[in-house]
Design a protein around this ligand. Structure first.
Ligand code: SF4
Ligand code: SF4
Length: 335
């Protein structure tokens, strides 16, 4: 296992904050931040161990005050703990850098309550000198391309233009199992004429291929698949997906749930018609897979794509069942 780098939660915010600085303002522990940024940019999946000083049962991981910034002990204690509380994380946990940065960017949209001073504050709660600078909020805009591994839009569009035509040349489509459900969601009962290919993935292209050739073989594969290359979550270097915090985990869970319900395994090859007839016979609705059966979000890594607390799942599934995805040979469930 790759050695994790110890990180105080506030340092991730400061990395984002520095990206938005106007002039060469000096940040505390600048060299440490430089080294952290370099390590993340060298390996987006670099494990980061979140450590902060606490007085509870979690004190086993206390890092000491060496990296406390000069605003004072209480400010430092509260800043780290507030970050973890907002993100639903606990100290002593290790996460891949790219997932963690996406969580910060998605969940911590401003720094005022974390780094700033409350009204009528006494000296020890004055907060960070950059809290009202706007640096953090500006840094958020570029944080994902600078630190989080998202390829610039121009690169993703070039990838789409290069890989979309290749999709039509494959004799066998290699698809991760739960993407077969994403195709139902994407179509939402419409015809392809009512939709457009999108820049983010190849769902449209695969649907078009299956409608034109219902017997095209589909091989079920693990992890990111032919649909993924232009996606903002896909890292071509590692071949992993981190479109959001824990995305790779919940996608794998959905893949395994799909295989289990269909009675299949990775490597199996079935035609598009055979696969969708099995799906509509054996899967009740999206909640069975995309809602992890309960439709409850059990933590920051386990969001529910089919609609939180919506046990019936999205209507797109039932629309897909009715129209058989307009793929000739798929049984239409008209009831
Ligand atoms: S305001 Fe200060 S503590 Fe907050 S992220 Fe910026 S530099 Fe870090
Ligand atoms: S990279 Fe991830 S989010 Fe993007 S299409 Fe693939 S599995 Fe889905």
């Amino acid at each position: 296992m790759k050695t994790a780098i110890n990180v105080r939660p506030y340092q991730i915010m400061c990395l984002i904050c520095r990206i938005g600085r106007d002039e060469e303002a000096n940040y505390y522990f600048e060299e440490k931040l430089d080294n952290l940024q370099k390590a993340i940019m060298a390996d987006l999946n670099q494990p980061l161990l979140l450590r902060c000083n606490v007085e509870s049962t979690f004190r086993f991981q206390n890092p000491g005050t060496e990296l406390d910034t000069p605003e004072g002990e209480l400010f430092n204690l509260r800043r780290d703990l507030t970050i973890l509380q907002r993100l639903g994380l606990t100290p002593g946990s290790v996460y891949p850098a790219t997932d963690l940065i996406r969580l910060f960017v998605n969940e911590l949209k401003d720094c005022s309550d974390i780094c700033g001073a409350p009204p009528n504050s006494i000296e020890i709660w004055q907060g960070c000198k950059f809290a009202t600078s706007g640096n953090y909020e500006r840094g958020l805009k570029d944080a994902l391309t600078t630190l989080g591994g998202i390829r610039p839009k121009s690169q993703r569009i070039a990838c789409k233009q290069e890989t979309a035509p290749q999709m039509y040349k494959h004799k066998v489509l290699e698809i991760r199992p739960h993407h077969l459900l994403c195709m139902i969601c994407f179509l939402d009962g419409k015809t392809l004429e009512e939709l457009q290919p999108i820049d983010e993935d190849h769902l449209y292209e695969v649907l078009e291929i299956c409608q034109e050739n219902p017997h095209i073989p589909i091989k079920l594969v693990a992890g990111p698949c032919m649909i993924c290359p232009p996606c903002h979550g896909f890292d071509p270097h590692s071949g992993t997906c981190s479109a959001a915090f824990g995305m790779g985990l919940r996608d794998q869970k959905k893949d395994l749930d799909t295989l289990r319900l269909l009675g299949l395994k990775y490597g199996d090859v079935l035609s598009a018609v055979e696969l969708y007839n099995l799906i509509f016979d054996r899967i009740e609705n999206f909640t069975a897979v995309c809602g992890f059966t309960t439709a409850h979000r059990t933590g920051p890594a386990w969001s529910v794509c089919s609609g939180e607390n919506d046990i019936d799942g999205r209507k797109a599934f039932y629309e897909g069942k009715k129209c058989g995805l307009h793929i000739p040979g798929i049984k239409k469930h008209l009831e």
